[in-house]
Design a protein around this ligand. Structure first.
Ligand code: UD1
Ligand code: UDP
Length: 372
């Protein structure tokens, strides 16, 4: 019996770990699976746990309003010490690049517990973009023993950093597993704000929350969206606004009173994915959306300077456009008016696997402990 503790805390980690947790739990004869949430996010985490029907064994409840990186790091580390000491797991499973990822891997190292990193090997090669995620994931990879990389590119990145190929598993991204779970059944949008969507109008779906975009870049994004909304009345922009006060305090004053801009609370994952399916175009600085939108055939304009997910760019569905107001307006206008340019980007591609990543991760964990 292999005792695995999965540690996560934010919305995207929960979405991408949910299929892994279910997979491990379904193999009861092989794995004892413990779920520990830091709750670095509260509401946005609970939304996901509910949708995927996951109950945590430990809830560290660390979220504070407008918390700092220092708070997440110290509170997270201190509580994990006691949990790891009590449970003595064979493996700690972490995901991605948040501060939860960093502390969960670091505490495991302090306790000399092996670490499995899901979505390992992503690199933007730019220390401050995204911030602090690029360094979080690099540190997590230094501390890890098992690497579950979504694509061959991640494996190449890690080999270049000296990681032994025997520790590497190209599994696909579990985001596709989650997407398959979510799109299984026919669905009607439930959130009441979504009833305001006028049928027939083209939907631009927007999300933006990144730390490096706080302040002027986010203000630029809002100004560009405002101009798009005014110049294209046949378009409706919908922006589920991240609960971070640093984001809300800019977005609501800038876009709150524009007729064809709908601002809403974070949507639950099912509503969000189905809304993306109905959308014409996606503008985002999120990591996960760059993986989901291509497989739904939706062009993505990335509101960042660099991406650690070049696969969609290579395939032609994703374009990194930065945060300059005029450039965002120009690129969005082009996709609204130039049918050929739009169709060129709108073909569905999925570089992120077949939805079986979680199964491969479970198999790899089994293999690792057989040969240990
Ligand atoms: C975090 C991650 C980021 C990830 C993002 C996904 C770090 C440093 N950042 O950024 O990598 O892309 O999550 O969304 O790990 N808040 C709420 N309720 C919630 C969630 C957040 O009120 O359910 C507010 C709180 O005031 C909180 C603030 O948002 O203090 C910031 O949350 P935090 O996790 O520190 O950073 P994010 O910007 O969400
Ligand atoms: N998402 C959601 N509701 C929303 C916005 C996003 O469920 O209102 C999902 C989305 O489908 C994706 C994930 O949240 O799977 C992305 O999370 P976020 O943008 O917060 O983090 P990032 O991917 O940038 O780390």
């Amino acid at each position: 019996m292999i005792k695995v503790i999965a540690v996560f805390g934010t919305r995207p980690e929960a979405i991408k770990m949910a299929p892994v947790v279910h997979q491990l739990k379904s193999q009861k004869n092989k794995f004892k699976t413990i779920v520990c949430v830091t709750a670095q996010h509260r509401h946005m985490l609970d939304q996901v746990l509910k949708i995927f029907n996951i109950r945590s064994n430990y809830d560290m409840d660390i979220m504070r309003k407008a918390q700092t990186l220092y708070q997440i790091t110290t509170n997270g580390l201190l509580q994990l010490e006691a949990i790891y000491k009590k449970e003595k797991p064979d493996l700690v499973l972490v995901h991605g690049d948040t501060t939860t990822t960093l502390v969960a891997a670091l505490a495991a190292f302090y306790e000399k517990i092996p670490v499995g990193h899901v979505e390992a090997g992503l690199r933007s090669f730019d220390k401050f973009n995204p911030f602090p995620e690029e360094i979080n994931r690099r540190i997590a990879d230094v501390l890890s023993d098992l690497y579950f990389v979504p694509t061959a590119l991640g494996a190449r990145n890690l080999k270049r950093e000296g990681i032994n190929s025997r520790q590497l598993y190209v599994t696909g991204n579990t985001v596709i597993d989650a997407l398959h779970l979510a799109l299984k059944q026919p669905y009607r949008l439930r959130d009441k704000e979504l009833n305001r969507l006028a049928p027939g109008k083209r939907i631009i779906l927007v999300t933006a929350h990144r730390r490096e975009n706080w302040g002027q870049p986010l203000a630029n994004i809002c100004a560009a969206l405002k101009q798009v909304a005014q110049d294209y009345p046949d378009v409706q922009i919908i922006y589920p606004v991240h609960l971070n006060p640093q984001v809300k305090n800019i977005v609501y004053p800038a876009l709150g009173k524009i007729k064809n801009v709908i601002l809403c609370q974070p949507l639950d994952y099912l509503d969000f994915i189905h809304l993306m399916k109905k959308s014409y175009l996606v503008l985002t600085d999120s990591g996960g959306l760059q993986e989901e939108a291509p497989s739904l055939g939706k062009p993505v304009l990335v509101l960042r300077r660099v991406t650690e997910r070049p696969e969609g760019v290579k395939a032609g569905t994703v374009k990194v456009i930065g945060t300059d107001r005029k450039e965002i307006y120009r690129q969005t206008s082009r996709l609204l008016t130039d049918k050929k340019a739009y169709l060129k980007m709108a073909s569905a591609v999925n570089p992120y696997g077949d939805g079986q990543a979680s199964q491969r991760i479970a198999r790899a964990i089994g293999q690792y402990f057989r040969h240990k």
